[in-house]
Design a protein around this ligand. Structure first.
Ligand SMILES: [Zn+2]
Length: 456
């Protein structure tokens, strides 16, 4: 019998080492190394074998002479997904959908499988039985008679079925449940996840079949999940949103076939996920009266302008140290803006609790929202509402100056489309722009002070 070969893998980043280490030299995490058996059978490589075995030797080609045919993308029945992927599914691509357990990844993938009309889809689940998947599919509005389900975790078994069925589209739910017989360690371990992904990658590339993988991530990131996988796949999508909120956000964090930072929004309903065509409408709360501490910001997410509601509450701290809390917005950025308001705006915030919330469970990092955040904080502090017909787009600097932000035209147009009467922007952003073409009134400011005088 051959000697069993083992290696140690960091369960956080996937680094490999011949001996155990306390601290991972690659990602700096402590106590993450676990021994895994990596022995392989003789000739074990190449589990996906294509029937035609004639191998071509690659020779260098002149770049001008390389034949290149752009493969048409498949447009799915889901415009949100198409946009996030950069215009549809690329044949032969390996796409990873990551997200916390229970967020709805399986629901999303099953729905996509059901909306791909006219394509043979194989949905492989290592988590649920065929009957459970059927039960979920029955609750959904979309139906696809060419969607096949398979409850299986062994990759060799899966490939056998794939060869028989020859699906156009393969879904794996989830990569952590798969195991390959060529790797001895348990399902979900780094070496197993790596091997299974490599096998699927080979399958996708050789057959031109797009493969979607679902990958779980836990909050502390202890599972050998997308962190290891991200480097191997073509596209990484993240499915996120608060489990208790009805909205879900699908965003790209890596894409070999398109831009990242694209975003799709879904509403979780009993009959599946509904695409939200106009997200600004849901991100702006419908309300009867004007509230203090609310301001609307015009932000960009990828190529898409969004109007989003920023809410804040500034109130005297009753218990000792004042609290600073922000949901959906960077806490450091909030602290910086508070310092600017204190120093440049003369607001006394040292003894105030400050809570900031981005409506709709969104997570935002566009500095163009600074002006809206400031307006919302001032509004709560002064107990004076901001008119609901005004929105903001501008970055605030340490000197209290209002800076230009990217794609100001898209932001202004979106605000106009949604019926806002005025938008406050940096005067440096609209240089050379013909403002007369807008129905919306564009107010230009260069300092926070000017914004204050205009609004309050
Ligand atoms: Zn590591």
């Amino acid at each position: 019998m051959a000697k069993i070969k083992t290696a140690f893998f960091c369960q956080n980043c996937g680094a490999q080492s011949p001996k155990w280490q306390g601290k991972c030299p690659s990602c700096g995490q402590w106590n993450t190394y676990v021994e895994e058996v990596i022995q392989k059978e003789e000739g074990g490589k190449g589990t996906w074998k294509q029937s035609t075995g004639n191998k071509k030797t690659a020779t260098p080609q002149k770049i001008t002479e390389v034949n290149y045919e752009e493969q048409p993308r498949w447009v799915t029945g889901d415009p949100e997904l198409d946009r996030v992927l950069g215009g549809g599914i690329v044949p032969g691509s390996l796409v990873l959908i990551g997200g916390e357990p229970g967020i709805g990844k399986s629901t999303l993938m099953l729905q996509i499988a059901l909306t791909l009309k006219g394509k043979t889809v194989l949905y492989v689940s290592g988590e649920e039985s065929e009957a459970q998947i059927k039960m979920r599919a029955d609750r959904m509005a979309a139906q696809n008679p060419d969607c096949f389900v398979l409850s299986e975790t062994n990759t060799q078994q899966i490939f056998q079925q794939v060869e028989l069925l020859k699906p156009d589209f393969l879904v794996i739910d989830s990569i952590q449940t798969l195991n390959s017989q060529y790797v001895e360690s348990a399902a979900g371990s780094v070496s197993q996840v790596r091997e299974c992904t490599a096998e699927l990658m080979k399958f996708a590339k050789e057959t031109g079949t797009p493969v979607f993988l679902i990958g779980h991530v836990t909050k502390d990131g202890t599972i050998a999940g997308p962190k290891v996988l991200e480097h191997m796949v073509d596209t990484v999508l993240q499915f996120e949103g608060d489990r208790h909120l009805t909205y879900r956000i699908l965003r790209t964090s890596k894409n070999r076939f398109g831009s990242t930072h694209e975003l799709g929004i879904y509403e979780m309903r009993v009959d599946g996920l509904r695409m939200v065509a106009n997200p600004s409408e849901i991100l702006l709360t419908q309300r009867e009266e004007v509230l203090n501490g609310v301001a609307i910001g015009a932000m960009m997410e990828g190529n898409r302008p969004l109007l989003i509601e920023i809410q804040s509450l500034v109130s005297p701290a009753t218990y000792g140290t004042p609290q600073r809390s922000s949901t959906g917005h960077d806490a450091k950025r909030l602290n910086m803006l508070l310092a600017v308001l204190e120093k440049r705006g003369g607001m006394r915030l040292g003894n105030q609790d400050v809570f900031l919330n981005v409506a709709g469970g969104m997570r935002v990092d566009d500095p163009g929202l600074d002006l809206a955040v400031c307006a919302s904080l001032i509004s709560s502090y002064e107990d004076t509402p901001v008119s609901e017909k005004i929105c903001f787009a501008g970055e605030v600097g340490l000197g209290g100056e209002v800076r230009a932000v990217s794609r100001i035209e898209n932001r202004i147009s979106e605000a106009e489309k949604l019926g806002f009467a005025k938008i406050v922007v940096s005067k440096y952003a609209v240089k050379g722009l013909d403002l007369k073409k807008y129905k919306i009134q564009v107010l230009q400011v260069s300092k926070l002070e000017e914004m204050y005088q205009l609004i309050f």
